[in-house]
Design a protein around this ligand. Structure first.
Ligand code: PNS
Length: 159
């Protein structure tokens, strides 16, 4: 059984993340969406909220489960018998950071392979940070995030 981990901060999950997760379901038997409890950035949403948004958003995808992780990514993959880490790539600006993470993860466990999927063109510009910024200034975020996330962001930043 091929198990892949789709890790991230998911603060919050966006349509771009969902595009990658759904496409990964066509390649692997099981996908674990791994929501990082601690991220390098200060999250807007608690890990419980980020998990809830992710669970709601993937509920109709086949073979996908959402789990919290609070350790090294490779340790999480090992514990969950995952052989693959799936990451999305948007522009070339993502590459350096992703390349470094992939190399470090390979150094930590060479049996776990990182696979990159190119973002679909319609999501190539999309990021959680951009969505939060737009929401903060009451801009249009419909379609960029799942409905539940949109409602929460409006509630947080709405006038
Ligand atoms: O959505 P993000 O913020 O780009 O996700 C980054 C994440 C959470 C996948 C990355 O920071 C991570 O794997 N953190 C766990 C700690 C770890 O394993 N670090 C070593 C690899 S750089």
């Amino acid at each position: 059984m091929k198990i892949a981990v789709c890790p991230g901060s998911f603060d919050p999950i966006t349509s771009g993340h969902l595009d990658i997760i759904e496409r990964a379901t066509f390649l692997y038997d099981k996908i674990i969406v791994a929501v990082a409890k601690n991220t390098l950035k200060k999250p807007l949403f608690s890990v419980e909220e980020r998990m809830k948004f992710a669970e709601e958003a993937v509920k109709n995808f086949k073979g996908v489960e959402v789990k919290l992780f609070d350790c090294l990514l490779v340790e999480f993959a090992q514990k969950n018998q995952a052989q693959v880490i799936v990451r999305g790539l948007r522009a070339i600006t993502d590459f350096e950071h992703e390349f470094q993470m992939a190399q470090l993860n390979r150094k930590l466990d060479r049996n776990i392979e990182t696979i990159f999927m190119m973002a679909s063109p319609e999501y190539g510009y999309l990021s959680s940070s951009a969505v939060k910024e737009i929401a903060k200034f009451n801009g249009q975020i419909e379609g960029l995030v799942p409905k539940e996330v949109e409602i929460s962001l409006r509630r947080l930043f709405g006038k």
